[in-house]
Design a binder for this molecule. Structure first.
Ligand code: HEC
Length: 430
């Protein structure tokens, strides 16, 4: 009798197991349920050589972090993503679904069991080095730049001749610093052959001008951006038929912002380019709109800084990228319709300086010529902001992280024959 009774219990449990009814006693296991989630959402950073502080590639690696993983996932701290879900949909949104969060949470509550390794799917293959497909060409800074253990380092510019004898349409590009830990960000500009910007800088030799030097404004440029690199931001994947143009004879100019982190290192950076395969029907331009005329009063917890503009020509909006420093609290991108209706394209809150992310629209958005755009940032210069390096300071625009910035970058696609200068001539696209 007792034996039969026990047998029935076992059978019932097996039925619930197969049906997989949530909450019906089916504890998630690592190999079957959790590993696919870590592969999909975490390993892009949590694998050797990437920016995550520990790899999460195997059960052995994930198990000791189980509680921290649950905490990070339930509180939506990981993967990092700051777009308010009420506004816009983004193709690079890495967020876990509610069901995935539940799975991770229940797995940890159940004691983080491994399960059966045979139930794991084939492990995801990660390319070593580049995250874009193998580049067609790689440019590397010819000399290492010595980064001291501490102090501030002026922005370093390195002119890198491409040697291109023909125009090149670039579908994907990636920056790989050799010492990621000290690279706060990198920007790659396309300097066309006619430009005299930074002509005094010798190719390959790091060049800088101190911020208090009157010549510092020479660093300002209207050159188009090839890309902006910041830790955690995956390289752009442009939609089919769209690409950035590197005109024949151009140089790439690398702007590096280094932040010393206690250990002196020698840094070299590589830029990988993958050319467009098919015909290019749209040229992608990176534009920016910002405000550099603000003052954040000492101790002020909420300072609003806005920037306005109208789009000179029709353009297909592809992505948005807010940039502020340590006192940034939130950033909104608004499109003001002709009838005055304000449409929020993206609202980033909280803003976290350590995560410089680009937000790629799931559906590119056609904006008409004359479209009114408004970017609104809020800053917290009070002592309540744990990132604030000095709540007693009045803060203005500047390059170092102790100063502030307010820039909204945005990528648009336009007709292939239009460059940045022509785009800004009103009515110039036709
Ligand atoms: C874009 C890169 C990136 C992705 C994607 C990412 N992480 Fe992280 N993670 C980091 C970095 C960098 C840190 C350390 C700095 C920080 O905590 O912000 C971190 C920290 C953590 C920590 C805290 C470690 C500690 O020291 O306490 C946990 C736990 C964690 N990640 C789990 C995850 C999980 C789980 C996922 C996927 C669901 C994930 N991360 C996705 C980059 C990433």
């Amino acid at each position: 009798m007792a034996v039969r009774y026990a047998g029935r219990v076992v059978v019932m449990a097996a039925v619930m197991w197969i049906a997989g009814v949530p909450g019906a006693g089916r504890a998630p296991e690592y190999y079957r349920d959790v590993a696919p989630i870590l592969e999909k959402h975490c390993q892009v950073c949590h694998r050797p050589g990437e920016i995550g502080p520990m790899p999460l590639m195997t059960y052995g690696e994930a198990r000791p972090w189980a509680r921290a993983i649950r905490e990070a996932v339930v509180r939506r701290k990981m993967p990092p993503w700051f777009a308010d879900p009420r506004f816009g949909k983004f193709s690079n949104d890495p967020s876990l679904s509610a069901a995935e969060i539940e799975t991770v949470s229940e797995w940890v509550k159940a004691g983080s069991p491994a399960g059966d390794a045979r139930e794991a799917g084939p492990a995801r293959r990660w390319s070593v080095g580049w995250s874009i497909p193998k580049p067609d060409v790689v440019l590397e800074t010819p000399r290492a730049i010595a980064i001291p253990a501490r102090g501030t380092v002026e922005y370093q510019y390195v002119v890198m001749p491409t040697g291109f004898r023909q125009d090149k349409w670039v579908a994907m590009a990636e920056v790989r610093p050799s010492e990621r830990a000290v690279v706060h960000h990198a920007v790659v500009y396309i300097r066309p052959p006619g430009s005299d910007w930074l002509r005094e800088a010798k190719p390959g030799i790091p060049y800088s001008i101190p911020e208090d030097d009157p010549r510092h404004k020479r660093l300002w440029t209207t050159s188009d951006l090839l890309l902006v690199y910041a830790p955690g931001n995956e390289p752009d994947r442009l939609p089919e038929g769209m690409a950035k143009l590197i005109p024949a004879g151009s140089d790439l100019v690398l702007q590096m912002h280094y932040t010393p982190n206690g250990k002196a290192v020698e840094e070299r950076t590589s830029i990988g380019l993958k050319y467009a395969r098919g015909p290019v029907t749209k040229r992608v331009l990176s534009l920016q709109m910002g405000n550099d005329q603000f003052v954040l009063p000492p101790g002020d917890a909420d300072v609003r800084v806005a920037a306005h503009g109208t789009l000179p020509n029709e353009a297909l909006l592809l992505s948005l990228f807010p940039h502020m420093h340590l006192r940034g609290a939130s950033f909104a991108f608004h499109y003001i319709h002709e009838d005055g209706k304000i449409e929020t394209l993206l609202y980033v809150k909280p803003y976290d300086f350590h995560w410089q992310l680009s937000y790629r629209l799931a559906q590119p958005r056609l904006l008409p010529a004359g479209a009114k755009l408004e970017w609104v940032a809020h800053f917290d210069n009070s002592a309540n902001n744990p990132q604030n390096p000095d709540p007693g300071a009045a803060v203005r625009y500047g390059e170092q992280s102790t100063e502030e910035m307010m820039i909204g970058f945005f990528d648009v696609a336009v007709a292939p024959g239009v460059d940045k200068e022509r785009f800004f001539v009103r009515g110039g696209e036709r």
